[in-house]
Design a protein around this ligand. Structure first.
Ligand code: GAR
Length: 207
């Protein structure tokens, strides 16, 4: 299969993007990151990308606060296309992406969500799980569809919730699994082992 050409969108620290860079560096993921874009000007994800020698830029998404739409969405698609991106990775991108971007990269937009979907879509999902009293929490990597955190599931990993967890300690435990889950999902994609059948992602056996 051809090496993945990734465009990464993120809003925060970029630890997931780092795990992808590390997997590429370690030779366990056949991909290259063509561009990293952030809707937050001083997000650490941009600094991480720069340190790793990866092209990066701020993407002004105004006037929208929670979605990527209109002129900003057009700019985003043009940049991704210009850079030769074939797969879009939402690595802590805190905006809803809209059908135009999805249509530009059909079945090639992946998101990581810090919960065992379909439980707890939306924001601060680890806190939602803790407040609900869950004994198990986790992470989901999924293809993005037109809904919110609703697309076909590629990889999930569970973690226990400890009696004395705070939102921060639980999120930290989930993030350890996130950093395995995203490279794993992308490796399956790179190996051509994923097909979407209805709601299900079918994973073909390794050669
Ligand atoms: C991660 O926990 C990711 O799952 C979450 O944001 C964090 C980003 O961390 N994403 C969402 O909540 C999306 N709804 P990072 O910037 O260190 O990768």
């Amino acid at each position: 299969m051809a090496r993945l050409k990734l465009g990464v969108l993120g809003s925060g620290s970029g630890s997931n993007m780092q795990s992808i860079m590390d997997a590429i560096g370690a030779g366990t993921l056949d991909a290259e990151i063509k561009i990293v874009l952030s809707d937050v000007k001083d997000a650490y994800i941009l600094e991480r990308a720069a340190k790793g020698g990866v092209e990066n830029a701020y993407l002004d998404c105004s006037p929208w606060k929670t979605k990527l739409e209109g002129e900003a969405e057009d700019r985003c698609i043009s940049v991704l296309k210009e850079k030769g991106v074939d797969t879009v990775v939402l690595a802590g991108f805190m905006r809803i992406v809209k059908p135009k971007l999805l249509a530009a990269f059909p079945n090639r937009v992946l998101n990581i969500h810090p919960a065992l979907l379909p439980a707890f879509p939306g924001v601060a999902s680890w806190k939602q799980a803790l407040d609900y009293g869950c004994k198990v929490a986790g992470v989901t990597v999924h293809f993005v569809d037109a809904g919110t955190d609703s697309g076909p599931i590629i990889v999930q990993k569970a973690v226990p919730v400890a009696e004395d967890d705070t939102p921060e300690t639980l999120h930290a435990r989930i993030q350890v699994e996130e950093h395995k889950a995203f490279p794993e999902a992308l490796s399956l994609l790179a190996a051509g082992r994923l097909s979407v059948v209805g709601r299900r992602v079918v994973v073909a056996p390794a050669d």
